[in-house]
Design a protein around this ligand. Structure first.
Ligand code: FES
Ligand SMILES: [Fe+2]
Length: 443
């Protein structure tokens, strides 16, 4: 289904027709991350989530199951819940327009002047009940697909499931969550978080403590990249001194940098050993492999989600098409998750949508005094460019991207999207044909 002449086309980033095809064949046929399970603890808890043109309701029903409904009244199409995205509570779903009422199980329960309607239609749940979509729960998140034919979530996750479960993500809680609205296609933003080739240019300060030359592994329809931290890049001029960032890395593992006997080349191993020796922390050190104790393992879940996993926290980056349908606008969700010690109250973060560029990223994403350079500097640098890339790619002078092997996750991703759009493969076909590259540690 793939061929060597595959090219990423610039018009895929702005064509309304392409966006429609993506909606039908990609967004509607794949699994996506919805709310945290903690948002839906009690019967009647709801969570409203905008997904492209759709508004989706997640609810805990009377059988204590999480269910998903399109936020659409079957009478004349009004939205049932009119609130902003986020948590809520209902005893039933009552439409504000003409008063139709639905139970938590989605069934139509009351209709004013019901005798003036065709009784058979009202009694037929498939015609009058709320339209449901499939959900599953995994890693502390509720996942959803709008597609009836999408394989179950375990099949879909494939080689990622065991790898991600090492991080015990179910135990981490959201400590901050912001949505950025950008004037670019969702893939423009997605691509910029899909390679590390740009680290040596855009994120030069990372070279003092991190390796920009990041190994990449394609894992069926998903993929992974490892950003090694705790050692200067070979592009960095000083390979010996314990610079400020390396000192912070040591201190983070409980090692006093002033007493550290080694050089810069020894920091990563020392940090690994120190974390390996720790027991009883809230962090999943016991189940992580050596690389995972120091490095960021950056996973792509096809088609539009990144988990950037550090041993002490992770960031979920979720990309969504814009509700307007405009292919040159998008939502970028940045969700910071941290395992909290017993008895620590989860912070009351306030989710909001921020126009990209309107506020400095480093000041938007905070958790108390907590600051991490990847969040504070790196993210700001990345998101500062996406709208410029969007503009450049629209120029008549720009014929096509020229991709290196370090950017092969980008072609892997676009190729699968193109296979789905052009009907060369279904999601199930991709799962059964895309290879799983082997790595030594299976991490
Ligand atoms: S549109 Fe909902 S009751 Fe009429
Ligand atoms: Fe970046």
């Amino acid at each position: 289904m793939n061929n060597g002449s595959f090219k990423v086309r610039p018009e895929w980033y702005s064509s309304p027709e392409r966006a429609e095809q993506e909606w039908d064949h990609v967004w509607s046929a794949t699994w996506h991350m919805g709310p945290r399970v903690e948002e839906l603890t009690d019967v009647g808890d709801t969570f409203l989530h905008t997904f492209g043109r759709e508004s989706l309701i997640f609810v805990r029903d009377n059988d204590n199951e999480v269910r998903g409904y399109f936020n659409v009244c079957r009478h004349r199409g009004n939205r049932l819940l009119l609130a902003e995205d986020g948590p809520g509570f209902v005893r039933e779903f009552r439409c504000a327009f003409h008063g139709w009422c639905y139970g938590l199980d989605g069934g139509l329960e009351r209709v004013p002047y019901a005798d003036r309607f065709d009784a058979e239609t009202l009694a037929d749940r498939s015609r009058s009940g709320l339209r449901e979509f499939r959900t599953e729960t995994w890693a502390g998140w509720v996942w959803f697909t709008l597609g009836d034919a999408t394989p179950d979530l375990t099949t879909y996750l494939g080689p990622l499931k065991d790898r991600l479960e090492r991080y015990r993500m179910d135990r981490a809680r959201i400590v901050d969550y912001k949505t950025f609205e950008f004037g670019c296609n969702w893939k423009t933003c997605f691509d910029s978080f899909h390679e590390s080739y740009h680290f040596q240019s855009l994120h030069r300060e990372v070279l003092a403590w991190g390796n920009e030359d990041a190994p990449i592994t394609l894992l069926n329809i998903h993929s992974k990249m490892i950003n090694e931290y705790g050692r200067p890049s070979r592009l960095y001029e000083d390979q010996v001194s314990i610079n400020t960032m390396l000192a912070a890395v040591l201190a983070g593992a409980g090692i006093d940098p002033a007493d550290f006997p080694g050089t810069a080349a020894d920091v990563r191993d020392a940090v690994r050993d120190a974390k390996r020796a720790m027991t009883g922390t809230v962090f999943p050190y016991e189940t992580l492999n050596d690389s995972q104790l120091t490095d960021a393992h950056h996973y792509t879940l096809f088609p539009a989600l990144h988990f950037n996993l550090f041993p002490e926290f992770y960031v979920a980056m979720r990309y969504r098409p814009h509700p307007s349908g405009d292919p040159e606008r998008m939502y970028f969700d940045f969700i910071l998750c941290v395992p909290l010690a017993e008895g620590v109250t989860p912070p009351d973060y306030s989710h909001r949508v921020v126009r990209g560029g309107a506020e400095p990223v480093g000041e938007i994403l905070t958790w108390g005094d907590w600051k991490h350079p990847v969040v504070e500097q790196v993210l700001a640098q990345d998101v500062g460019l996406v709208e410029f890339v969007q503009k450049g790619m629209k120029s008549r002078s720009f014929e096509e991207p020229i991709l290196s092997v370090d950017e092969r996750r980008i072609s892997h991703h676009h190729r699968m999207i193109d296979d789905l759009i052009c009907g060369r493969a279904s999601v199930a076909d991709l799962i059964s044909t895309m290879p799983v590259e082997q790595t030594g540690d299976q991490g």
